[in-house]
Design a protein around this ligand. Sequence first.
Ligand code: NDP
Length: 284
Amino acid sequence: MTAQIIDGKIMAQNLRDELAQKVAHLPTSPYLAVVLVGNDEASIIYDRNKQKAAEAIGMKCKIHHLPEETTQNDLLQLIDNLNHDVLVNGIIVQMPLPKHLNSNEIVESIDHAKDVDGFGIYNLGLLHANDSSAMVAATPQGVLYMLQHTLGNLTGKHAVIIGRSNIVGRPLASLLLNNHCTVTIAHSKTVDLPSIVSKADIVVAACGVAKMVKKEWIKEGATVIDVGINRVDGKICGDVDFDNVKEVASYITPVPGGVGPMTVTMLLNNTLRAYLNQNSSLKK
Ligand code: NDP
């Protein structure tokens, strides 16, 4: 068996085309505010990409680029201003923040209606309680979208997620549970990971260990989603040993070109949702 590749670039482009059509019919443009503190090169590139992607579908996106030495109070003040700005629909604060800043307090200061990253406790709580109004983090939402558009109904499938972070593993576990999967979350202290993974219909690797998931761990015909982004000898690779695992899986995502392109797209989708929630008369 050789797995079919789930092409994240095509899926993301199709979804962006749909979003662009919806945005074109709105009376005003949804507006995403991005807050970036310091000069981390990767963060600057990520945020420019978000801005380009937002503008390409007709949204507004402003990057508030603050100096490294910004104080907690200055940052809280900016977020307070954005919370009260009726033109701003979504706010994201690029992580990681410089070490002198308290990230938790910053995330919690964002109005939950504008928390389009879905990192705040309020939205995490709604997701955990299976409340469909939750704003859900972009990467796990992208993974769910890929699974649903590949497999259809997920009811009864056994999903094993490797990784329990607040931005990927945990919210994804809730999403899959809410979609009637049987979910196992594995982590660095899990005993006998290969045997646990071998029972999965769906394997999601989000551990940040290059090519860790091996062919021998995978049940024949399983679907394998690789969230990992690792750099090995200057090349990007995922957490799955792609070349070998594709021989036993039925579907698999590549890295790059898999989950990555879906993440920014889902952030834009959340921004549109936030806009519609804040302009409820426009909701159909
Ligand atoms: P974190 O480092 O926050 O979490 C990693 C998780 O993997 C932890 O729960 C950790 O366990 C677990 N883990 C680490 N090593 C092992 C191991 N040997 N066996 C089993 N579990 C292990 O990472 P993130 O969740 O933020 O990101 C995960 C990966 O996804 C990274 O490669 C990151 O770059 C990528 N990523 C990609 C995105 C995209 O858009 N494609 C977006 C976000 C992240 P423990 O809790 O015990 O420490």
